[in-house]
Ligand binder design. Structure first.
Ligand SMILES: C[S@@+](CC[C@H](N)C(=O)[O-])C[C@H]1O[C@@H](n2cnc3c(N)ncnc32)[C@H](O)[C@@H]1O
Length: 255
């Protein structure tokens, strides 16, 4: 270009290029010195989002767990319209005999809407916060519900019996798992061959969805992480106002 034939412009261009290269290297250097610990699966970094736990899995920072103090938010009346949970439940076509696992069940928002649909089956409602189980157990006792079993999970284990579950639901929970790979391996073990895993996650691709970044997930990232534990992607349904509804299956060959 003619503009760069002037000596001054040439010097300016070289100066900017050097600045850019130094900046890039500084970023890479900063990122690498911020790594506190790294193994084959996870990485811990000193520099991270205030909404995350500083632990990274497959390029994604894991979000902080939503504490039981926020339980009322899960039950907010506006959720019926802003998230249309009934649409997701109807779409999943539960059979009366289905054994369902609601992992990261929280207050049981989905559990209590699914249990009447599986009268000859049951719902395992798993959470790591005993306070969440107490809230669910209160309602179970009050309403004499006989087909819900609450389960205290561990951060790396859903504590479910092997090969018993037809469908596992992870609603707005997976991105908070501190040990996502171990949790998913436990979930896969608990599934019957051919069983389904369904994830509902806020769509990260859409910047207009007003949820903190680490509490959203892209379709690409979810696929990558489910594939890592042997699950097979079946379908992504964008029928919900804000969340991806993603369906995976456990191949018959996976134990
Ligand atoms: C944002 S809440 C969503 C609750 C519920 N699924 C809903 O949509 O109303 C996420 C829940 O996941 C739970 N959780 C986080 N890590 C977990 C783990 N490893 N195993 C089971 N539950 C977990 C948290 O305790 C919290 O109750």
């Amino acid at each position: 270009m003619q503009i760069f034939s002037q000596p001054f412009h040439r010097v300016a261009l070289i100066f900017l290029s050097v600045l850019f290269a130094v900046g890039l290297n500084a970023c890479t250097l900063f990122e690498s010195i911020s790594i506190l610990h790294s193994d084959d699966v996870y990485q811990e970094r000193f520099v991270h989002s205030p909404d995350g736990i500083g632990k990274f899995y497959m390029g994604r920072e894991i979000a902080q767990v939503m504490g039981h103090e926020g339980a009322a938010w899960l039950e907010r009346p506006s959720r019926m319209t802003s998230e249309a949970p009934q649409k997701a439940i109807t779409d999943l076509n539960f059979k009366p005999t289905d054994i369902v696992a609601d992992i990261g069940a929280g207050t049981g928002y989905f559990t209590f809407r699914i249990s009447p649909l599986v009268p000859e089956g049951k719902v395992f409602s798993v959470d790591v916060q005993p306070e969440m189980l107490e809230l669910m157990n209160f309602v179970i006792d009050e309403e004499n519900i006989t087909n819900i079993e609450t389960v205290l999970g561990e951060i790396d284990n859903p504590n479910l019996p092997k090969s018993t579950v037809d469908i596992t639901l992870l609603v707005d929970a997976y991105h908070e798992f501190e040990y996502p790979q171990e949790m998913m391996q436990g979930i896969v073990q608990a599934l019957k061959p051919g069983g389904r895993v369904v994830l509902l996650e806020y769509r990260q691709e859409n910047p207009l969805i007003m949820i903190k970044g680490l509490h959203k997930m892209s379709e690409k990232q979810v696929k990558k992480e489910m594939q890592a534990v042997g699950l097979v992607w079946q379908e992504t349904k964008d029928i919900l106002p804000q969340q991806h509804l993603m369906i995976f299956t456990k191949p018959e060959t996976l134990t």
